[in-house]
Design a protein around this ligand. Structure first.
Ligand code: PLP
Ligand code: COI
Length: 340
């Protein structure tokens, strides 16, 4: 008999909750071991581990959703596997094959099934795969051993509950270097974002917006989410840059905007001094889902989009389409939903 978990499912926020099982696998002498589930939520590693000193850490973020019929949906997990492989190559780490990655995700979700928020609560099970360099080391060089793990927890909204607009502050700091690690999901990118994020929140903004590191004229990222805008003539525009994290949600929205909403959808430069071309704007990502952007503070100017309190009609449609697919209420494009 499965135990039942009592949580305030509709008001979870985005917080660590220890669930029962996590997957753990070790790499050494050129290969991964078989991997196993464990109840231990701590890791024991050498003080010399490259992850601790030289940032040899990569991670992913994805979700499992409880559908109306009780089944469990994963949203495009193979894309997370492929992005993790790219991040690993950037930091000279061994890769996890896509099949192994997806099977391990399924195992963790199944083992923690009772933590998946019920259908209709707006919650989901956030899944965090990560890999770190471990072992005795001191020189700046790749580790000889690696740990790959996947844990999960029930979550609700990352920014504000529901489809509620929120404001962001354009930071003077860069998130990533022009030819750096911005396109990889590596720990260092996030360590560097803590100060700008905190400065934005001190001024009552939800997070920092980062400009391109070369010219500081174009929008790149909205905290840990990608930016998109809807133009007056119904185009879906999202920035194109080698230092942006290629968001799986963003690529899904590019597709849905075009194929399901009939918008013209493309990636191109988004100049921060030309925001009045957009009638609506949003942040998108696994954690952020779609968060409407009420306004953006850039130096002394505060630019509002559709409204600081109401969500625009196109963003509402995109949100319903995306979340409808994730929860299984709307027919998904081929291969987007994998059942656990
Ligand atoms: N941008 C950054 C910096 C992120 O950390 C994330 C989160 O993964 C995203 C964008 C959104 O990516 P995805 O839609 O794949 O979750
Ligand atoms: C995600 O959306 O999965 C992220 O990784 C955001 C996060 C760093 C909380």
């Amino acid at each position: 008999m499965k135990k039942s978990i009592e949580l305030d499912w509709a008001n979870l926020g985005f917080n660590y909750i220890k669930t029962d099982y996590r997957y753990i696998s070790y790499w050494g002498k050129g290969e991964w071991d078989g991997g196993t589930l464990t109840e231990d939520n701590t890791v024991h590693i050498s003080e010399g581990s490259t992850a601790l000193h030289y940032g040899q850490t990569v991670f992913e973020g994805m979700k499992a959703y409880r559908a109306k019929d009780g089944s469990i949906n994963l949203f495009r997990p193979e894309e997370n596997a492929k992005r993790m492989q790219r991040s690993c190559r950037r930091l000279l780490m061994p890769v996890i094959l896509t099949d192994v990655f997806v099977e391990a995700i399924k195992k963790v979700v199944k083992a923690n099934e009772e933590y998946i928020p019920p259908y209709g609560t707006g919650g989901s099970l956030y899944i965090r795969p990560y890999m770190i360099g471990i072992g005795d080391n001191i020189g700046v060089k790749p580790a000889e051993g690696y740990l790959f793990s996947i844990f999960c927890m029930p979550v609700g909204a990352y920014f504000k509950e529901g489809l509620v607009p929120t404001n962001f502050l354009v930071s003077e700091y860069d998130r990533a270097a022009g030819n750096g690690t911005g396109a990889a999901k590596v720990g260092g990118n996030y360590g560097g974002s803590l100060l700008p994020g905190s400065l934005a929140r001190e001024r009552n903004f939800s997070d920092a917006i980062y400009l391109d590191p070369i010219t500081h004229t174009k929008i790149e990222e909205v905290g840990a989410a990608n930016f998109f805008g809807i133009t007056k003539d119904n185009q879906f525009i999202t920035p194109l840059s080698p230092s942006i994290l290629p968001s799986i949600t963003k690529y899904s929205l590019l597709y849905l905007a075009e194929k399901r909403l009939g918008l013209e959808a493309r990636e191109e430069d988004v100049f921060v001094n030309q925001l009045d071309r957009f009638t609506e704007a949003g942040a998108c990502g696994t954690a952020a889902v779609i968060t409407p952007i009420g306004g953006i503070q850039y130096k002394d100017d505060f630019h509002t989009f559709y409204s600081e309190t109401e969500t625009g009609p196109i963003i509402k449609k995109l949100y319903n389409e995306l979340t409808g697919i994730q929860y299984g209420d709307v027919i998904a494009p081929e291969g987007w939903i994998i059942k656990v």
